[in-house]
Design a protein around this ligand. Structure first.
Ligand SMILES: [Zn+2]
Ligand SMILES: [Zn+2]
Length: 327
């Protein structure tokens, strides 16, 4: 099979020919149809994530069909469409797993980081961590839901019932979560890179009541802010724009340092928290919601061997929505 391999951080991915793997006990073999290109993949390639297993096939927004079942796999059948997310395996008995926080499992393994990912024609996955997916829409439109949608959904859930929701960084995650928030009757305020009028226009087209640069002050105090951009300088900015008693959620796996700021900006019971990974419960909830709520994902498709170009365009913010490898 063809696969894009990361040999070591700081170097481009390399197109390689690898043997099609065989599923072990509890695993499925997937014929990959599409794999989203996530900002986390960029952090991996740039060496900003510790201890990747190398060489690695990146990619953790995988949509494929079941090509083979390993021994003991129940509830999935050959040809079925499934999705593979970032959370690929947990231990099941550490204190986090026991208290329903498998996203924090100390021994968790992640797809396209410690486990083989979806920048390939085939991949393996532990059947217990896969999600059954509907036959519609096209795989490239479903792929961004597997991380941008899911982690965005977890961030939204942790923001509680905030009515006026600020989204900092209007990329793959925000463009999906804006639609979910709108369907839930919330008001969306989009804050983009200063001067990025194309993203602001895109946000308004998805129902944002206001869109502007992150250097602007939203017209109303926000009830919650979700930060999807990996820029720590947005944290003090967002804290100044949320109301007393409200929450700022950092949704990325990596962020530049947060500059110091006056305590007064946190005072008033404002909360600052991060979101790490996902649980299978998040996925079940989110895909149930996605089945009821029409979510349009704006995708920019690339061939498998164009993965480096897709990453570079993501870095430059060269497109709206999400990048997806169509395999
Ligand atoms: Zn655990
Ligand atoms: Zn991701």
């Amino acid at each position: 099979m063809r696969a894009m391999l990361l040999d070591r951080p700081g170097t481009p991915l390399r197109l390689a020919q690898l043997p099609v793997p065989s599923p072990a006990e509890g695993q499925i073999l997937l014929a990959v149809q599409a794999c989203g290109v996530c900002r986390t993949d960029l952090h991996l390639v740039d060496g900003e994530l510790p201890d990747p297993v190398l060489p690695m096939v990146p990619g953790h927004e995988i949509v494929g069909t079941v090509a083979a079942l390993g021994p003991g796999v129940q509830g999935l059948h050959i040809g079925q469409r499934v999705g593979v997310p970032w959370l690929g395996w947990t231990c099941g008995h550490c204190r986090y797993c026991r208290r329903g926080q498998e996203n924090l499992c100390e021994r968790a393994r992640f797809t396209g980081y410690q486990l083989p990912g979806g920048y390939a024609e085939y991949t393996l996955a532990d059947a217990r961590y896969c999600f059954a997916l509907p036959e519609e829409p096209a795989p490239e439109h479903l792929a961004p839901l597997l991380c941008a949608g899911l982690i965005g959904y977890r961030a939204l859930r942790l923001a509680g019932d905030a009515q006026r929701l600020g989204l900092y960084g209007f990329g793959a995650a925000a463009h999906i979560i804006a639609q979910v928030a709108r369907a839930q009757g919330r008001e969306v305020f989009a804050l983009t890179r200063p001067g990025d009028t194309a993203s602001q226009e895109f946000a308004r087209s998805l129902g944002a009541v206001w869109a502007g640069g992150s250097d602007e002050t939203p017209p109303e105090l926000l009830d919650a802010a979700l930060i999807f951009a990996p820029a720590g300088s947005l944290v003090p900015t967002a804290l100044q724009h949320v109301d007393k008693g409200c929450c700022v959620v950092c949704a990325g796996i990596h962020m530049s340092d947060i500059p110091s700021f006056p305590y007064a900006w946190l005072w008033g019971e404002r909360q600052l928290r991060s979101v790490a990974n996902l649980t299978r419960r998040d996925g079940a909830e989110f895909f149930e919601l996605a089945a009821r709520t029409p979510l349009h994902t704006e995708v920019h498709c690339f061939a498998l061997e164009q993965a480096n170009e897709a990453l570079e365009q993501l870095r430059r913010g060269a497109f709206q929505g999400a990048a997806v490898l169509r395999i």
